[in-house]
Design a protein around this ligand. Structure first.
Ligand SMILES: [Zn+2]
Length: 83
């Protein structure tokens, strides 16, 4: 279930709950909230950043697993393969 962020559309008609904005857990196809459940003020949905799980392992480990190679510069124009 995605988390959706809401904030009051009109700060003059809001309560402390919707003035700061809040998160609501909703089913994927659920109708978005239109009014604040505490004060009835109209709400607008905010675009929130997607929650991306943290990467497992270092950048080098992930590059290795994905089949990339790493080279280290030895001299001008010559590189030594690290993996
Ligand atoms: Zn409110």
């Amino acid at each position: 279930m995605p988390l959706r962020d809401y904030i009051c559309a009109d700060p003059a008609r809001s309560c402390p709950h919707c003035l700061k904005g809040f998160e609501a857990l909703e089913h994927a196809g659920a109708t978005p909230l239109l009014t604040c459940s505490r004060c009835g003020a109209p709400l607008v949905r905010q675009i929130s950043a997607p929650r991306v799980p943290p990467a497992k392992g270092s950048f080098t480990d992930r590059a290795k697993r994905a089949g990339f190679h790493q080279f280290k510069r030895k001299d001008q124009g010559t590189y030594e393969r690290q993996f």
